[in-house]
Write a protein that binds this ligand. Structure first.
Ligand code: 13P
Ligand code: SF4
Length: 332
């Protein structure tokens, strides 16, 4: 699993960064940052990674406090995995349009129509939705999780329709029902933009997050020869980093939230990484600024609380998630 430790960059030496490190030591806190955070937040964190890697660190870290520089469902997942630790989120308004696309009542109604189904929830869901689910997954292990479900059991996959389509294609599973949710940032990375950028840079590799609106069309275009089959890879953000370290390509087009470019450029400075859509920015992820992180550490706010019963029920699904998958790549 790919995570990185703090960068030796200018950010890390700035006065605000030194103060953040001092406050973190004082609180016995570990700072986890998702790959979509602002570059300066990534550089001051203890660990930077994808949802799966950060969940695993939350579950095993010896620190008594976890500061989650990410969005709310990620901090909630950390609290589910580490109920005895204090989990802080720098700005509790950092939500997720994808997680908001299904609530617990909608899930209960859907389950009632498929009483025999196994419910697989993407990690981008509320704790209440996880508690109503059998298994949880991230983009790094969704294919393996669904492939492990007995063939004769129908699967309800939620909430992301594009990741669901990718998993269905990769597993060849006919009895899979997919919720029609989407992330507004990834849905806006269109097949047209991908095709135009790929035509203008024909030697480039393509890294595509499976939440993107362009993920399925891209694989279809590899079949027609319009995109290079051997150079088109559907990957979680952690999978992108692993591939970035070993690629022979001189340039890569990246279809995901643009915060990812910072880690990719650090991982392999000899490769040129460009966004397929430069405007693909998640405002929720960018809410963690240095000032907000400083205030979080100084004041111990905002603490994430998950109802004990909800947490205990969600834990079964989340434990299954962190147990599956050693590699971050979801398919190539
Ligand atoms: P990863 O699971 O690849 O980190 O992506 C998650 C995502 O889109 C977070 O919003
Ligand atoms: Fe949610 Fe999309 Fe932002 Fe990820 S990029 S946190 S899926 S809104």
């Amino acid at each position: 699993m790919t995570t990185t430790t703090p960068a030796q960059t200018g950010h890390h030496d700035a006065a605000w960064a030194r103060e953040i490190r001092r406050l973190a030591r004082e609180r016995d806190a570990v700072i986890l940052a998702h790959n979509y955070q602002r570059p300066e937040i990534q550089d001051v964190a203890d660990h930077v990674g994808d949802s799966l890697a950060l969940s695993r660190i939350a579950a095993t870290s010896p620190a008594s406090t976890i500061v989650f520089a990410g969005v709310y469902f990620m901090a909630e997942t950390a609290k589910i995995l580490a109920p005895d630790k204090t989990v802080l989120i720098p700005d509790p308004r950092a939500g997720c349009s994808l997680a908001d696309s299904i609530d617990v009542e909608q899930l209960r109604a859907w389950k009632a129509s498929y009483p025999d189904a196994v419910v697989v929830a993407y990690v981008n869901t509320s704790a209440a939705v996880k508690a109503e689910s059998d298994l949880c997954c991230t983009s790094a292990n969704a294919v393996e999780i669904v492939a492990g479900i007995p063939e004769d059991r129908p699967v309800l996959f939620l909430p992301d329709q594009f990741l669901g389509a990718h998993v269905q294609r990769a597993t060849g599973r006919a009895n899979m029902h997919i919720w029609l949710g989407e992330c507004h940032v990834h849905a806006d990375i269109s097949p047209q933009a991908l095709r135009e950028k790929a035509e203008a840079a024909p030697e480039s590799e393509l890294f595509i997050h499976p939440e993107c609106g362009c993920a399925t069309p891209a694989l279809w275009l590899t079949g027609t020869g319009d995109l290079p089959a051997t150079r088109t890879h559907v990957l979680s953000t952690g999978g992108m980093l692993e591939r970035a370290r070993t690629t022979n390509a001189r340039s890569v087009l990246v279809a995901t939230e643009t915060g990812m470019l910072h880690q990719l450029r650090r991982a392999n400075p000899s490769v040129r990484f460009d966004a397929v859509n430069e405007h693909a920015q998640c405002t929720f992820m960018k809410m963690t600024t240095p000032a907000v992180l400083l205030s979080c550490l100084a004041r111990g706010t905002t603490e994430v609380v998950v109802d004990l019963d909800v947490a205990a029920r969600a834990r079964r699904a989340v434990d299954a998630m962190i147990a599956v998958g050693t590699a971050s790549a979801v398919g190539e």
